[in-house]
Design a binder for this molecule. Structure first.
Ligand SMILES: [Zn+2]
Ligand SMILES: [Zn+2]
Length: 283
């Protein structure tokens, strides 16, 4: 059975609604998937209901922004209770921080002389199916920015832009576990690149933070990186997960890539929840 455990929807910065995700997953021949939106579980239960109707195995997920030693790390939470009050409160805090960072960027652009009304920005809303985030869509719609590449390379590059300080990975792990889930370090090949790549020394702190697994299979990883992740997980008896980090058309990554089979993964205590959902015989 083909598996993709890292998919974004319109609840965060993806272009696809739950209906479109389920249709896309079926079209791709994927039998099991997870929705892992950034700092929100807004579409998890809706997608779960649709997945069950379609006879697809589904894992509840979230991708939490965390900060350790001033760097951003994404921690995936699988099998979480999406109604857990403490988890929801922490996710809301992270969202608020992202929003205020966006607001700060817009105020800097105004100070630099860009033709922007701050009130116009505050009142602005956009169709989530276009993907991305508010400041990007606003600047595109006001003709200030061409596309996402232009946003990062031209508009935001000269700004004094800082990622906010999110919760610590240790805290994310605690919240995920308290909500009944398993915490997994997302795409370490990308996140650990600035600190020397995927090595035992760079992975070790996350073991200390309490992670239960690593997203070994990822579009960010070459074969050698995937193998290092898998070997490290086996050595420490950790879960092995994988997914595409698909965002719809917003970010150019393909759904279901890399191609992952359930046998490539080690899902440990997440497996019973998965197998309790009827699996279609076609996949
Ligand atoms: Zn990520
Ligand atoms: Zn992601």
């Amino acid at each position: 059975m083909r598996v993709d455990l890292h998919i974004h929807t319109t609840a965060s910065d993806g272009c696809w609604t739950p209906e479109e995700v389920v249709a896309g997953v079926q079209a791709e021949g994927i039998g099991m998937f997870a929705v892992t939106d950034h700092d929100t579980v807004g579409n998890v239960l809706t997608t779960e209901a649709l997945a069950q109707e379609a006879g697809l195995a589904f894992l509840r997920g979230v991708e939490i922004s965390t900060t350790a030693d001033g760097r951003l790390f994404h921690i995936l939470g699988y099998g979480i209770d999406p109604t857990d009050a403490r988890l929801l409160a922490a996710l809301k805090k992270n969202q608020d921080k992202l929003e205020s960072t966006d607001d700060h960027d817009i105020r800097q652009l105004i100070a630099l002389g860009y033709d922007i009304e701050y009130d116009d920005y505050l009142a602005y809303d956009y169709d989530r199916r276009r993907g991305g985030f508010k400041s990007l869509r606003f600047l595109i719609d006001r003709g200030i920015c061409a596309d996402v590449g232009d946003f990062f390379e031209t508009i935001r590059a000269p700004l004094n832009h800082h990622w906010p300080t999110f919760i610590h990975p240790r805290e994310a792990v605690r919240l995920i576990q308290a909500a009944g889930g398993a915490a997994v370090l997302a795409h370490p090949g990308a996140s650990l690149e600035p600190v020397g790549g995927v090595r035992a020394e760079t992975l070790a702190p996350f073991l200390a933070y309490g992670i239960e697994g690593v997203e070994c299979h990822s579009q960010y990883h070459d074969g050698a990186t995937t193998q290092r992740c898998v070997d490290w997980c086996r050595e420490h008896d950790l879960l092995i997960t994988g997914g595409s980090d698909y965002h719809g058309g917003f970010v150019h990554r393909a759904l279901g890539k890399p191609e992952i089979a359930l046998e490539d993964l080690h899902l440990g205590r997440l497996t019973p929840q998965v197998s309790s959902v009827q699996t279609p015989s076609a996949v």
